[in-house]
Design a protein around this ligand. Sequence first.
Ligand SMILES: *[C@@H]1O[C@H](CO)[C@@H](O)[C@H](O)[C@H]1NC(C)=O
Ligand SMILES: *[C@@H]1O[C@H](CO)[C@@H](O)[C@H](O)[C@H]1NC(C)=O
Ligand SMILES: *[C@@H]1O[C@H](CO)[C@@H](O)[C@H](O)[C@H]1NC(C)=O
Ligand SMILES: *[C@@H]1O[C@H](CO)[C@@H](O)[C@H](O)[C@H]1NC(C)=O
Ligand SMILES: *[C@@H]1O[C@H](CO)[C@@H](O)[C@H](O)[C@H]1NC(C)=O
Ligand SMILES: *[C@@H]1O[C@H](CO)[C@@H](O)[C@H](O)[C@H]1NC(C)=O
Ligand SMILES: *[C@@H]1O[C@H](CO)[C@@H](O)[C@H](O)[C@H]1NC(C)=O
Ligand SMILES: *[C@@H]1O[C@H](CO)[C@@H](O)[C@H](O)[C@H]1NC(C)=O
Ligand SMILES: *[C@@H]1O[C@H](CO)[C@@H](O)[C@H](O)[C@H]1NC(C)=O
Ligand SMILES: *[C@@H]1O[C@H](CO)[C@@H](O)[C@H](O)[C@H]1NC(C)=O
Length: 535
Amino acid sequence: MRASVLLACLASLAASATKCDPKFFTPYLDSNASIVYARTFSSNETFVGPLANYTGLPDYCAVYVNVSSSTDSSYEFSVWLPTSTWNKRYMAYGNGGFTGQIAFGDMAPGINYGFAVVSTNTGHNSSVTEAGDAGWALHKPETRTDWGWRALHGSVALGKTLTKAFYSHDIEYSYYAGCSTGGRQGLKSVQMFPDDFDGVLAGACAWWTSHQQNWDLKVALDNLPNDAPGHITADLMNVLADEVMRQCDGVDGVVDNIIMDGYACQFRPEALLCNSTSTNTSTCFNAAQVDTINHVYGDWIETNQTFVFPSFAWGAEAQVSEMIITTDDDVDAPSGIAYPRDFVYNDATWPGDHLDLATIELSDRLNPGNATADDYDLRPFQTRGGKLIHYHGFADGEIPTGSSIYYYQQVQKTMVPLGYDLDEFYRFFLIPGMEHCMDSTHDAPWYIGSANQPSALTGDNVWGVPGYRDRKHDAVLALMAWVEKGIAPTELIATQYVDNTPALGVQAQRRTCPYPQHAAYVGGNWNETQSFNCV
Ligand SMILES: *[C@@H]1O[C@H](CO)[C@@H](O)[C@H](O)[C@H]1NC(C)=O
Ligand SMILES: *[C@@H]1O[C@H](CO)[C@@H](O)[C@H](O)[C@H]1NC(C)=O
Ligand SMILES: *[C@@H]1O[C@H](CO)[C@@H](O)[C@H](O)[C@H]1NC(C)=O
Ligand SMILES: *[C@@H]1O[C@H](CO)[C@@H](O)[C@H](O)[C@H]1NC(C)=O
Ligand SMILES: *[C@@H]1O[C@H](CO)[C@@H](O)[C@H](O)[C@H]1NC(C)=O
Ligand SMILES: *[C@@H]1O[C@H](CO)[C@@H](O)[C@H](O)[C@H]1NC(C)=O
Ligand SMILES: *[C@@H]1O[C@H](CO)[C@@H](O)[C@H](O)[C@H]1NC(C)=O
Ligand SMILES: *[C@@H]1O[C@H](CO)[C@@H](O)[C@H](O)[C@H]1NC(C)=O
Ligand SMILES: *[C@@H]1O[C@H](CO)[C@@H](O)[C@H](O)[C@H]1NC(C)=O
Ligand SMILES: *[C@@H]1O[C@H](CO)[C@@H](O)[C@H](O)[C@H]1NC(C)=O
């Protein structure tokens, strides 16, 4: 009996090895797709990626596919199929900014769980350092559509076909994880292709493309030109950050350098105004500079009281600084101009200071690539049994935390009156002190093992939540427990490793709670989980 199981097992391994070949996969493709390569990586063999090299992985078959999506566009994707450690599950990873690059940095951690993993370049090649660059979108409507939704959906579908063929076995569960643009892709999939995934983990979602991408330009313009009386310098942003911490840290009942809810603080920037005792005007604000801060941190309200976009929570200063301060005085093409210029007006000479309500209206009407993920009626996803975990850092200075809160509340307003309980399929977690998708200036616990996060830790082959491979600490395991066992996440415990290095041990952990609950201090060492409860 045992011998025959072993033989069957060896036979299937041998079969997998021979299957890892373009000749095996090609018959599963339509004429619009082709295998670029399919080859086996033995365990511990290095995969040389564009950003990093990955070692210590289990053995797998790496397949790279090129799909022609129209006469004028194509996208590429890769699927990695663990040869001997497959957990019969499928995991897709999303992208970031306008970047066109396969997320190898997430596929490598993902394959360690045992998933067959897939990711696409979204229809163009561009590197992470060009995340804000959308020159590729100019005069390329089909490529915009690939970026908007088509490349992910198509890659996921075709990747599933190849996975099933390779293993001669069904996929038992399909998952998705992504942050930022990846968060948008996750929500888009929930809205447009509710059958693609059983569970979706979506962080810091850039979901409201037609508004948020214009808002990027708006906050840059708020602080231009660089010689304006109200211009904020990097030095002043540091002064602001200190004052925010001074006024806001204690609001939650514990002075620990972590602002638990940056919107709950009634911050008064007037405290920064220069006065007769100020000796150094680089460390105090004039009235125009206070006004700039009020604009940058205020909701974007346009003509006729039209609400366009929410702004940052207090405590996001470190990243807001990067967003609003440009060293070159580029009034003609400030940061944030990419979307209106390259997607909406489709005009390389469009001047950024023409931004107004008409830009938003045009963006909404054209919605290039149908990228905006603003459908709030998630009934099809709910009905098919899908589960959604959404999260956002409170110190996010790239995509305002409030935009995720807004999305959740719109789904509430849409579905609760129809008799749906969001808690049954959609839970939203705010992570105090976490910046955009990852990391924290003040060592707030932020790590939950989600997309993009493992690459931000130091160490060889970091995956999941080292030391805490359970559904309370690892958002991927939380999603799986919810989908597969019906155990809904009542908390996610975020971890801060010493120097972001798991090998050095844990510095602090803290509960994050499903919205509208929050973590309240109940006394004790604030670095420890039990010192906060969800209320
Ligand atoms: C892979 O590397 C790890 C750590 O160095 C080692 O323990 C393991 O035996 C290696 N596996 C193979 C198949 O070489
Ligand atoms: C990855 O390995 C290649 C070849 O060994 C090397 O040229 C490259 O510099 C490495 N890349 C990184 C990011 O370490
Ligand atoms: C994919 O196909 C397109 C044409 O359809 C071609 O331009 C592109 O170079 C191909 N990419 C790869 C990696 O083969
Ligand atoms: C490829 O062709 C097949 C068959 O014509 C079609 O169903 C599929 O949508 C096409 N895929 C893409 C990405 O255009
Ligand atoms: C995109 O980049 C990959 C390498 O990461 C390369 O193999 C492929 O040919 C590129 N595709 C195009 C269309 O340039
Ligand atoms: C004023 O403050 C700035 C920023 O902290 C500092 O770099 C500069 O040296 C100070 N100037 C004086 C005269 O103290
Ligand atoms: C004057 O401004 C400084 C900050 O530049 C502030 O610390 C101080 O409290 C202010 N003094 C008065 C009297 O308002
Ligand atoms: C604002 O409202 C007024 C009165 O309804 C209308 O005439 C005007 O066109 C609106 N302006 C914009 C920019 O929508
Ligand atoms: C655009 O996306 C939404 C979901 O966000 C979907 O409901 C709608 O059908 C899509 N429209 C088109 C034309 O594809
Ligand atoms: C929490 O951890 C930080 C960093 O290790 C340390 O500075 C602080 O004293 C700790 N707080 C308590 C209450 O132990």
